[in-house]
Write a protein that binds this ligand. Structure first.
Ligand code: NDP
Length: 330
């Protein structure tokens, strides 16, 4: 698997840049639940994959706390721990896991070539892209302070903890409306805060939202600050500014869900692989095949609807099986 070491002396002879060529049948880019599952399946098929970690080893689950909806555990487990286990499982069955971040790819011919921040090259017969997506945040300081302590970017993950409590959802697209409707089944009251006076979400979703007696709207408003206690760190309210009148008010809440969209991590693939209008990788229906034969995409980088660890793991499995079949045919 490990190829040649190339040593380049610099003009200053004390320093040398060492680059390595890694060759593999399958290169997996990304190490969240899609990447790890792809690695487990590819390794067990005897394909000795290389999985390159990326900027956020373990992916989005590593920034959540309790995970209660990943099957197999009687009680909640910590997201970080779950990803450690997946990675260890991938390593134990034969994945070569490398701490690097891919910075460029050449998919114009096979074998494919990817180059890491380390300057190492990865030469692969097939590639599985599992670089995930990043939830967009409002970007105010108090948001990070209360993240995991009342502020969340995933209602499906954290909504359960707000049974019969009051929550706020921020956003006006399909995600915000779906999260508000989901939370209305759990919480006692849901307030949807949107920065304009109309929603971007589909009409049918809006109709459901407006018909739900547990949900109320705050229009034309932005969150100025998340407010709460220090010890224990816990959210108690959101400070809102009406963008039309300038009025500032505080809305008491137990939880706040940011639903202002996700950005798929596809910057690297722009102009190389077919992306949709939201920059998600386009895969064939019912498959993880991209427009390039031998390059597959799994997990949130190609899924803007479900975005769950378990669905990402599912498509990771599909990608490994499809890559295996592709390699067998070539
Ligand atoms: P969208 O980009 O559609 O919507 C984001 C929303 O957040 C917009 O209403 C936007 O406001 C608001 N927003 C953005 N930035 C800020 C900010 N800084 N402060 C306050 N509000 C902000 O993202 P979604 O995640 O909702 O959807 C992404 C894509 O996925 C869409 O194509 C959507 O249709 C699709 N999707 C489909 C689903 C389904 O079919 N079941 C489910 C979920 C998503 P503004 O409107 O003013 O721009």
């Amino acid at each position: 698997m490990l190829g040649t070491h190339l040593t380049f002396p610099s003009s200053n002879s004390k320093f040398q840049i060492q680059m390595t060529n890694h060759t593999t049948k399958i290169l997996i880019i990304g190490s969240g639940s899609a990447g790890c599952t792809a690695a487990i399946y590819a390794a067990r098929a005897g394909l000795s994959p290389i999985m390159v970690h990326g900027m956020q080893p373990g992916g989005q689950l590593t920034i959540t706390t309790d995970v209660e909806n990943y099957p197999g555990f009687e009680h909640a487990v910590q997201g970080g721990w779950l990803m450690e286990q997946m990675e260890k499982q991938a390593a134990n069955v034969g994945t070569n896991i490398i701490h690097d971040t891919i910075k460029s790819v050449d998919f114009s011919k096979r074998p494919f070539i990817a180059v890491g921040e380390s300057e190492d090259s990865y030469i692969a017969d097939a590639v599985i892209i599992a670089t995930g997506a990043t939830a967009r945040w409002l970007g105010i300081d108090s948001e990070q302070k209360f993240s995991g302590f009342g502020v969340s970017a995933c209602a499906t993950c954290d909504g359960f903890f707000y049974k019969n409590k009051e929550v706020v959802v921020i956003g006006g697209g399909n995600s915000a409306v779906e999260e508000a409707l989901y939370l209305a089944n759990i919480a006692s009251k849901v307030t949807l805060v949107h920065r304009r006076d109309s929603l971007r979400a589909e009409k049918i979703a809006q109709e459901r939202l407006f018909a739900n007696s547990k949900i109320s709207m705050v229009w034309d408003s932005a969150v100025e600050e998340f407010v709460g206690t220090e010890e224990p760190t816990s959210l108690t309210a959101v400070r809102l500014k009406n963008l039309k009148t300038g009025d500032v008010s505080e809305l008491k809440t137990d939880g706040a869900f940011i639903a202002i969209g996700h950005s798929p991590n596809t910057e690297l693939f722009k102009g190389i692989i077919t992306l949709d209008s939201d920059n998600y990788i386009v895969t064939e229906k019912g498959s993880t095949k991209t427009n390039i034969a031998g390059v597959f995409a799994a997990g949130d980088v190609q899924d803007k609807i479900f975005r769950q660890a378990v669905t990402a793991a599912g498509t990771g499995c599909m990608a490994a099986l499809e890559a295996e079949k592709f390699l067998a045919g070539h």
